[in-house]
Write a protein that binds this ligand. Sequence first.
Ligand code: DX5
Ligand code: ZN
Length: 220
Amino acid sequence: MPIIAPSLLAADFSNLRQEMSAVVEAPWLHLDVMDGHFVPNISFGMPVIKALRPHSQAKFDVHLMIDPVDPYLEATAKAGADHITVHVEGNAHLHRTLQTIHALGCKAGVAICPATPPEALSEVMDLVDIILVMTVNPGFGGQKFLHGQPAKIRTLAEMIRRSGRDITLGVDGGIDETTTPLVTEAGATMLVAGSAIFGKGDRKAAIEGMRAVARPARRA
Ligand code: DX5
Ligand code: ZN
């Protein structure tokens, strides 16, 4: 059964506390921080995450779409992140970033954009806890799933098997009841979903609907 991580980006920003309580059955909550520079959009930052922290039991899965990222890792951990995911793109010292995240007591994630090949992660397999395959170009919710990405999910699933480590393989962007079967069959073990959950009236039913269509991983 894949982990479902509702993305708060698609929630009603005037009512975030209530929105979090509508998705309590999900073990993770995905929080997208955008800077208007690494991605062409600005969302919310650490003060908002900090304010939400006492009102949720979920693991806070923070996806940083910011450049530079290193100066903000400590603030992200202090705001209450359990997982901090950074992008592989443009990070010349990714080992240092991942080591810093671990030193702050968080799980370390690496996100990979659609145009970046899976091999970009080959040298960090010993350090990464979560790999997040972007199935859209990051920056906005509600975009269309890019159908070339399941091949990359398969390659990364194989790289994870070879590493022998317990690495969560997440997908982010355009994940709904139609695309869930494709990505879970390719090996995804964690599904981020914004519009497919917060865009629906009944969020609980939306989460259950995604779980119901997940498929066992099938090696190519
Ligand atoms: C996009 C963000 C996603 C976003 C996904 O850059 O990283 O987490 O919220 O939204 P949907 O599920 O609507 O594609
Ligand atoms: Zn995200």
